[in-house]
Design a protein around this ligand. Structure first.
Ligand code: TYD
Ligand code: ZN
Length: 406
């Protein structure tokens, strides 16, 4: 099937189907299993602008609400990264008189709290009420709205134009990207920058990280597709930088045309994408086969472990684990529970697959033989923290870039 591209209206041709899925951060109470929302998780590429995107989407108000379970401050590496981001902005972009920074989707204030502490004028725009409250408790100014043209116009009327508009793991979540970019155009100062950090399609394809595909990620950016999008909305892509978060992301910097000289990194990454065939249908066909192979290998391994009477527990319940467990049809029969440090996920079930989430103590209390690492993007932090598990003979199972035991 095909749909019209959300960026340019071109034909989006489907290349992978991850089946019937629910909401990745839809962790639910056992009594609510009757009320789950299902949709078909399939991805395609626009024949015109090459933007990779979901074919079907979950309505926005169902995804971001007052019980949104994703907390950006959930790991040490994220806290460090965003504090550093804030400092970089203050040193490079927020240096004029009375500068102003707006963050789209400020979550629990992981980045803006550093800006607030420095007394710099800022505004977080965050529709998920519960995380917005956490940000406010850290002294961050928050507007509980979706960022779109109307919101941007209001912000400009009240606060003036922004020197920096920032988004981390949010821009790819916004289906009405046209309204978002028109809003950026209204709000961004003449010399301002629009900076966003999002999962990179090159990493997803290169590492078969299909678990990055879920309802919240409407778009899967490449340098090429972001450049085309920027051009279409009167902005210019002036810098790209690879960052190690969420398994491999890119930070894009957009400015008004001819205001800044694009860095060599833009051309370099564009060339690398061409060499890799990152907009070629054959690349995605191969990706589809790789995804099926990982599913087969993982399920076979888990069944073998069960047949041998050994125990496996899931470690970390990121949004990603919803895609993997539902696509591979892994339920509590194969993975009895997943431990996660996020209090609001504990006592809940992973949506669709209904695997219970328990606190990390449930893991430490009685080590299993294997821990299936769903939060593989935090492998280093978690394995260091859980060194005693390995010392006690425990083994980690990873499924990125392929199924392996370490
Ligand atoms: P995260 O990387 O934020 O990903 P996503 O965007 O896919 O939801 O999710 C990491 C999850 O792992 C989060 O729920 C917290 C959990 N976690 C632990 O339980 N223990 C840890 O030591 C770390 C680092 C994370
Ligand atoms: Zn398009």
């Amino acid at each position: 099937m095909y749909i019209n591209c959300r960026v340019c209206g071109g034909n989006v041709q489907e290349f992978v189907d991850l089946g019937r899925q629910t909401m990745a951060n839809g962790f639910l109470r056992p009594e609510d299993v009757e009320r789950e929302y299902f949709f078909r998780l399939a991805v395609g590429m626009c024949e015109l602008c090459t933007m990779v995107q979901l074919l079907e989407e979950v309505p926005q108000h169902l995804r971001y609400h007052d019980a949104y379970r994703y907390h950006a401050s959930g790991s040490e590496s994220h806290r460090k990264h965003f504090a550093q981001n804030a400092r970089r902005f203050m040193e490079s972009e927020l240096t004029g008189p009375d500068p102003f920074i707006v963050e789209i989707g400020c979550n629990d204030g992981v980045m803006l709290s550093t800006i607030a502490q420095a007394g710099v004028r800022h505004l977080g725009v965050e529709p998920a009420g519960n995380v917005a409250e956490l940000a406010k408790a850290k002294g961050v100014q928050v507007l509980s709205e979706f960022f779109d043209l109307a919101t941007a116009t209001e912000i400009r009327a009240e606060h003036g134009r922004a020197d920096v508009i920032f988004g981390a793991n949010t821009i790819c979540h916004i289906a009405d990207i046209e309204s978002l970019l028109l809003g950026v155009d209204v709000l961004l100062g003449p010399d301002g920058v629009f900076v966003f950090e999002e999962p990179y399609l090159g990493t997803i394809v290169g590492r078969t990280a299909f678990d990055q595909i879920y309802d919240e990620h409407i778009f899967y950016f490449t340098v090429r597709s972001v450049q085309a999008m920027a051009d279409r909305f009167g902005l210019e892509l002036v810098d790209v930088e690879r960052i190690p978060l969420h398994g491999g992301e890119i930070r894009y910097t957009l400015a008004r045309p001819s205001k800044r000289t694009p860095t060599p990194a833009v051309g370099d990454l564009l060339a690398a994408e061409r060499t890799r065939g990152l907009a070629e249908p054959e690349t995605f066909e191969r990706f589809g086969h790789d995804v099926e192979r990982v599913r087969g290998d993982l399920v076979t391994l888990l069944r073998e472990i069960r047949a041998e009477g050994r125990r496996v527990v899931g470690y970390g319940a990121p949004g990603k684990c919803t895609t993997v467990t539902n696509y591979c049809e892994i339920g509590p029969d194969l993975v009895p529970f997943i431990c996660d440090s996020t209090p609001s996920k504990q006592g809940h079930l992973v949506s669709g697959s209904h695997i219970p989430v328990r606190p990390p103590e449930a893991f430490a209390h009685d080590y299993p033989d294997f821990a299936l690492l769903f939060a593989w993007n935090h492998a280093e932090e978690i394995m260091t923290k859980e060194k005693a598990f390995r010392d006690a003979g425990g083994k980690w199972i990873l499924y990125v870039p392929d199924v392996h035991i370490i």
